[in-house]
Design a protein around this ligand. Structure first.
Ligand code: KIV
Ligand code: ZN
Length: 532
């Protein structure tokens, strides 16, 4: 029988560490969408959040636990610092899950002990077993992480891990918190743990790492060769600073190079048994969903899921691929769920054709959502001859997967050109239902629109990113605009798609402002609840 030691456990932390990326904040509904997609993808564990961090995080973990944490679904995990209040709150949030895990952590590097925790090594050796045992009093599945393990004294690390396992930790996770180690160092660290922690056979070794030097995935693969059996990763590699190890890169490396990795898991090289439980055909869809909901754009040359990952530009390459794909392709685009036939619908396509294409693309829409999306599809089809899968995805994401419309764009008009002063007029419907119109001039049309919107919404903010991407090639392409703005040290993103990039720019900006407005309203509610 296959045991977890025979294959690699995929622990997804998109909803916890990934959501810590500046501006990637998701609301509960969006987190549920991601969690459902992760379950469909086949991840073994979903780290759904940090329940003690905020009421919103608590609610998200609880809802993911009850809706996705079914008997045959993934284990649902909640993060907790090594304190009783954190652990108790995590246990409470996880209650609805059939399979639950508490992930508790405490730093072990001297830098963290001295400057952040102001604790001695002896204190850490006391707290860790106490808190692991406390977590075990709620659940059978407890993961312990010595934060900043990558910069910790290995001898001290071995001691801490031994006490954690003795106290009941079933997984010990080794984080390279600051993305500092190199592959051979990280591999040696895992080997050292395997060789020196006397009770290591009673726990799964997991790894967690950040991509500050672009080495996270390479480090993890070296860790697998040395005994790690759980990989903590995120979709598109999103996460703190430079992000986490990317799930799609790890999974496809293990998939494409299975013969190379098999012996490290005690299998013959030619074994065709998959090394992970992931349904690789769901990778692309999940990547797009996460990118659209978080507003974290995937760079075109990103491995596996970037727009260019399977494109061959040079003549020599194109010629080779036409003769035999193997000349320049190490994996098939279809293996990550990309369909070959991209051109599907047009102006004359009906509602049923639209609905069935949506289903093929993995979108499950309610009747109301389908109606809204179909109206947009018809509008786009009037302007654009061929509607590709990319266009359909952009339409659905723009129309359906968005924060609630608090301020609504009723009208946007600009006048610009090389001999006039860019001027914009906007009409917005306010949360109170009032229609307000204002106008402004700017350095360009988009600047003018944003200034006009700001005059109505009146929440001071700093625009930190504005980007436009074409969904498909051609002059009639849909343009996707992504906005990131900062308010009070927090980043909020907005995303919109339209064949008119001026309209898309206005809508994206308003969506980011709506997120900011919801957060400010939410903070007011939490404040008044705490007062009462
Ligand atoms: O990067 C890190 O060390 C973490 C821990 C909480 C596992 O995210
Ligand atoms: Zn992390």
């Amino acid at each position: 029988m296959e045991t977890s030691q025979d294959r690699i456990i995929i622990f997804d932390t998109t909803l916890r560490d990934g959501e810590q990326s500046p501006g990637a904040t998701l609301n509960v509904e969006e987190k549920l969408k991601v969690a459902r997609a992760l379950a469909k993808l086949g991840v073994d564990v979903i780290e759904a959040g940090f329940p003690y961090a905020s009421p919103g995080d608590f609610q998200a973990v609880q809802q993911v636990a009850s809706l996705v944490g079914t008997e045959d679904g993934p284990t649902i995990c909640g993060l907790a610092r090594a304190t009783q209040k954190d652990i108790k709150t995590a246990a409470e949030a996880l209650k609805p899950a059939a399979k639950k895990r508490i992930h508790t952590f405490l730093a072990t590097s001297d830098i963290h002990l001295e400057y952040k925790l102001k604790k001695t090594r002896q204190e850490v050796l006391t707290i860790v077993p106490e808190m692991v045992a406390y977590a075990r009093s709620f659940v059978d599945d407890v993961e312990f992480s010595p934060e900043d393990a990558g910069r910790s004294d290995p001898e001290f690390l071995y001691q801490v891990l031994e006490t954690a396992i003795s106290a009941g930790a079933t997984t010990v996770n080794i984080p390279d918190t600051v993305g500092y180690t190199t592959p051979s160092e990280f591999g040696a660290l895992i080997k050292g743990i395997k060789d020196n922690v006397s009770n290591i056979d009673q726990a799964i070794i997991s790894v967690h790492g950040h991509d500050d030097l672009g080495l996270a995935v390479a480090n993890f693969l070296e860790a697998v060769k040395n005994g790690a059996r759980q990989l903590e990763c995120t979709i598109n590699g999103i996460g703190e600073r430079a992000g986490n190890a990317a799930l799609e890169e790890l999974v496809m490396a293990l998939h494409v190079r299975r013969q190379y990795f098999n012996p490290f898991l005690g299998r013959p090289p030619e074994s065709t048994e998959p090394l992970t439980n992931i349904d690789t055909k769901q990778i692309y869809k999940t990547s797009r969903l996460v990118s659209n909901l978080t507003g974290m754009i995937v760079q075109p040359n990103k491995a596996i899921v970037g727009a260019n990952a399977f494109a061959h530009e040079s003549g020599i390459h194109q010629d080779g691929v036409l003769k035999n794909k193997l000349t320049y392709e190490i994996m098939d685009a279809q293996s990550i769920g990309l369909t070959e036939n991209q051109i599907v619908l047009g102006k004359l396509s009906g509602r049923n054709a639209f609905r069935s294409r949506l289903r093929e693309l993995g979108f499950e829409l309610s009747e109301t959502e389908l109606n809204k999306a179909f109206i947009r599809f018809k509008e786009v089809a009037d302007k654009k001859k061929e509607i590709t899968d990319w266009d359909i995805e952009a339409i659905v994401n723009d129309e359906i997967r968005q924060p609630p419309e608090i301020f609504r764009l009723e009208l946007v008009q600009v006048s610009c050109g090389d001999s006039s002063c860019p001027t914009a007029t906007v009409t917005l419907r306010t949360p109170e239902g009032e229609e307000l119109t204002d106008a402004a001039t700017g350095t360009g049309p988009v600047d003018a629109i944003y200034k006009a919107i700001n005059r109505v919404v009146n929440i001071p903010n700093e625009l930190i990113e504005f980007s436009v991407q074409s969904v498909t090639a051609g002059i009639d392409a849909i343009g996707e605009v992504t906005i990131r703005l900062r308010y009070n040290n927090k980043v909020y993103s907005g995303h919109a798609a339209n064949t008119d990039i001026i309209v898309a720019s206005a809508r994206a900006y308003l969506k980011a402002l709506n997120r900011l407005y919801s957060a400010l309203e939410g903070a007011k509610i939490t404040e008044s609840t705490l007062k009462n």
